[in-house]
Ligand binder design. Structure first.
Ligand SMILES: *[C@@H]1O[C@H](CO)[C@@H](O)[C@H](O)[C@H]1NC(C)=O
Ligand SMILES: *[C@@H]1O[C@H](CO)[C@@H](O)[C@H](O)[C@H]1NC(C)=O
Ligand SMILES: *[C@@H]1O[C@H](CO)[C@@H](O)[C@H](O)[C@H]1NC(C)=O
Ligand SMILES: *[C@@H]1O[C@H](CO)[C@@H](O)[C@H](O)[C@H]1NC(C)=O
Ligand SMILES: *[C@@H]1O[C@H](CO)[C@@H](O)[C@H](O)[C@H]1NC(C)=O
Ligand SMILES: *[C@@H]1O[C@H](CO)[C@@H](O)[C@H](O)[C@H]1NC(C)=O
Ligand SMILES: *[C@@H]1O[C@H](CO)[C@@H](O)[C@H](O)[C@H]1NC(C)=O
Ligand SMILES: *[C@@H]1O[C@H](CO)[C@@H](O)[C@H](O)[C@H]1NC(C)=O
Ligand SMILES: *[C@@H]1O[C@H](CO)[C@@H](O)[C@H](O)[C@H]1NC(C)=O
Length: 692
């Protein structure tokens, strides 16, 4: 045991005197710091199952599955150093007074001995219809310092990252470099042995990581052993402007990459410094499309000649990126709070996470949005993960919905998938979208055909892009014929809720298939195939009439839909009704909506309505879908339970969609940080008023 380790043990055992922070609009289970793509996903865990309650200082940030990402903030005030981010040794920590989140930012306010205030804004921009900006995998940290007591204080600011960002295996060797372009100063860190398209523990194993700032007045930098570099700042307030060239394993005398600023005397006029963190990978995805398996470039390469130009643009674009993000924040806040404050609490937390599973890929001519089924299995563009998430994309920019479906259409239309139904995903593990030429993907035939038809019509109704329907008509029709055969009496199979088990005659799954057939009748009509339009429309109506007898227990008090046909005592969230309302189809009678709306309050648990009668757990995305279809009082019940749950749940995992309605805890290990939380936007999609 090194003496240094003894010192940190002693510090750790000192009683912790921590002032209380406020959390607004809620204390999420994990606070998003830099959440941009499947690989740029840094969080501060908060929930009591391992989180520290929601404080930026005193605990390391982590990658979404839980492994530490070294990311440190130090500040010296009148010669004494304190920590403002992470858990560095040998300093005491600032006092956090508030934490606030918006759709794109996490903002912490801290006090240093009531002398100066530190305000740290983590901004992960979302620019849904500005692909130049949306294609960049970078995030901002803005640190603003001001005097709290009216006096001037002598202040120095420090931040570093470790090499933990560059590989999921801490024994791997990192290499690094320091450079400048104009007044941009950056550390570049990367795996010495690049493993293209590979992951370890969900971290990416290739590309370059960047930590950059503007080399303003008072700037110094350094790379080296963590305790040395931080110690140099703690003791001295400046760094040595030197680069460690002893490339070594991530965990071997932990190399860190630091920036520092001597801010001089800081009074009541605030001063701030900006840092940018992110990842560049020239090739992003391997894709089995019309041309067979090819590597696809990151879309930012269409706009920037090289990675340093991209970084330079991003860093100098803070003013524009933050005003675009603020406009989106304001839109979401205003649209969502028009429903309720509880709903706004959910929507603003969910948006960044639903975008943070995606990245824009391809060329100007052929663009794609790739999406990782984060946490549950790493599949690429999983149809029944896109489906729950799709309201977030439809609400912000319908083109994103087209681009996330594009690889699935292209692969199956090129004859690369042998089954007649829609595939489940375009590849078993991100970033390999290499398809399933053997047809052995996870089979959810009815689920995925219904999903693709409903989302295709949703995109068309929002965009009026008739070319899209014409181009894909044949495959859409093929899927519909499958639904005509299978939707009335669904065979024993899994639905998207595969973790709950397989079942025959699932009421909710059958409903989705019928809505899919009706959606195709609108597609056929729009493309001028009037015979098919009326045929599919009458099949859907006929099925839905039978469904109301097969899938509803009308003798129950109150009546409700069943989990499966004829199982009178069973029930579940009938979330698939959403497609009918979303698309303005009027296939399902209003009485069914009213019935479900009256039923849910009778089975509501402390933290919400269970997914179905098989378990006490539920899914927040499907609850949000059910809420969007309900009466105002039932809707408010759902959103209030969900908003309360995120504020009090013990889980410290990035917004889990699966949780227990009795304990409020997280029951498994597969539902962390998933894009499906974009399903919260179902309510705002209904406000769009799509209709045939
Ligand atoms: C934090 O607050 C406690 C209690 O008020 C105080 O004793 C301590 O000095 C403060 N620490 C800092 C760094 O502000
Ligand atoms: C993707 O495929 C490549 C081979 O082309 C392989 O080396 C890599 O490990 C795969 N990545 C994942 C995450 O499975
Ligand atoms: C601070 O560090 C610089 C560079 O290493 C050195 O020149 C200076 O003497 C140091 N000052 C103190 C007070 O340690
Ligand atoms: C892609 O399109 C943008 C304009 O949207 C243009 O600025 C850029 O030069 C194009 N890139 C290529 C490689 O053609
Ligand atoms: C309606 O569609 C079904 C399923 O594709 C087909 O079997 C049937 O022949 C069609 N009927 C007419 C009148 O086109
Ligand atoms: C589905 O329900 C129908 C009607 O109740 C029944 O005839 C059929 O056997 C059920 N299918 C399965 C696989 O249980
Ligand atoms: C069919 O499309 C026409 C326009 O092409 C529209 O006026 C009509 O309402 C549509 N009918 C249905 C049932 O969607
Ligand atoms: C209409 O649909 C039928 C099959 O349902 C197909 O054979 C025909 O090509 C379609 N016509 C048009 C104009 O899309
Ligand atoms: C289920 O309820 C329906 C009325 O909704 C009734 O007709 C049927 O007999 C019941 N089935 C069983 C197995 O109890």
């Amino acid at each position: 045991m090194t003496p240094l380790f003894l010192v940190s043990l002693l510090l750790a055992s000192l009683p912790c005197i921590k002032a209380e922070s406020t959390f607004s609009p809620a204390r999420p289970p994990a606070q998003p710091l830099a959440v941009v793509s499947p690989y740029l996903s840094a969080w501060q865990t908060a929930g009591s199952d391992g989180g520290n309650g929601g404080y930026l200082a005193g605990q390391w940030p982590s990658f979404w599955p839980g492994q530490t990402l070294g990311w440190t903030g130090l500040i010296r005030v009148d010669g004494t150093a304190y920590g403002w981010m992470g858990d560095p040794a040998d300093v005491s920590f600032v006092n956090q007074t508030s934490y606030t989140y918006t759709s794109t930012s996490s903002i912490y306010v801290q006090s240093v001995e009531d002398k100066v205030q530190v305000k740290i804004t983590f901004l992960s921009p979302i620019t849904p219809d500005d692909f130049l900006r949306q294609s960049l995998i970078f995030s901002y940290v803005d640190v603003e310092v001001v005097s709290l007591d009216g006096s001037e204080h002598d202040v120095q600011l420090y931040t570093d990252i470790s090499a933990e960002w560059v590989s999921g295996d801490r024994t791997n060797i990192a290499e690094w470099d320091y450079g400048t372009k104009g007044d941009l100063s950056y550390h570049k860190v990367y795996r010495q042995t690049q493993l293209a398209f590979s992951e370890i523990n969900d971290q990416t194993e290739y590309g370059n990581w960047w930590y950059a700032t503007t080399s303003d007045r008072g700037y110094t930098y350094e790379s080296g052993i963590d305790v040395d570099v931080r110690g140099q700042f703690i003791n001295n307030g400046t760094l040595t402007d030197t680069v460690d060239t002893n490339y070594r394993a991530i965990q071997d005398s932990w190399p860190v990459f630091a920036h520092a600023f001597d801010l001089g005397r800081v009074g009541t006029r605030s001063t701030s410094r900006l840092f940018s963190i992110g990842l560049t990978q020239e090739e992003a995805i391997q894709f089995d499309g019309a041309d067979g398996v090819v590597p696809l470039p990151s879309l930012w390469l269409q706009y920037f000649s090289d990675e340093i130009s991209a970084l330079h643009f991003f860093h100098n674009d803070y003013r524009t990126a933050s005003s675009l993000s603020a406009a989106l924040d304001a839109k979401v806040q205003s649209d969502a709070s028009a429903i309720s404050d509880n709903y706004a609490t959910l929507a603003t937390l969910a948006l960044r996470q639903s975008f943070g599973a995606t990245q824009l890929v391809g060329t100007n001519e052929t663009q794609y949005l790739f999406l990782k089924e984060i946490s549950s299995d790493g599949n690429v563009n999983t149809v029944d993960v896109i489906f729950p998430a799709h309201p977030a994309y439809l609400y912000t920019n319908p083109t994103l919905l087209k681009l996330v479906m594009a690889p699935l259409f292209e692969n199956q239309e090129a004859g690369q998938y042998p089954n007649r139904w829609s595939m489940h995903d375009i590849g078993s593990h991100y970033p390999n979208a290499t398809g399933h030429t053997d047809g052995n993907d996870e089979q959810m035939p009815l689920e995925e055909c219904g999903n693709m038809l409903i989302m295709s019509l949703a995109y068309y109704l929002a965009s009026k892009d008739l070319d899209f329907l014409n181009t894909n008509y044949k495959l859409l029709d093929q899927w519909t014929q499958f639904l005509v055969d299978e939707a009335l009496y669904p065979a024993n199979q899994i639905s998207t809720d595969d973790f709950a088990g397989s079942l025959a005659n699932q009421t909710n799954l059958a409903l989705k298939g019928m809505i899919g057939i009706k959606a195709m009748s609108v597609i056929a009509n729009a493309t001028g195939n009037l015979t098919s339009a009326s045929n599919y429309s009458s099949i859907a109506s006929n099925y839905i009439t039978q469904w109301q007898t097969l899938g509803i227990n009308s003798a129950a008090d109150p009546p409700h839909s069943t989990l499966s046909y004829g199982s009178n005592d069973t029930w579940g969230l009938l979330y698939n009704l959403f497609g009918d309302k979303e698309l303005g189809l009027n296939l399902v009678p209003e009485s069914v909506y009213e019935m479900q709306s009256n039923f849910y309050p009778t089975v509501n648990g402390e933290y919400g309505v269970p997914l179905d009668t098989r378990h006490t757990y539920t899914k927040g995305d499907w609850e949000s879908w059910a809420a969007s279809l309900a009466s105002e009082s039932t809707r408010d019940m759902f959103y209030s339970d969900l908003a309360n749950w995120i504020n009090v749940t013990p889980t410290n995992r990035a917004l889990t969609d699966l949780y227990d309605t009795v304990t409020g805890d997280y029951p498994g290990i597969y539902f962390i940080n998933r894009p499906v939380v974009g399903g919260v936007f179902a309510q705002l999609v209904l406000e769009m008023g799509l209709h045939p």
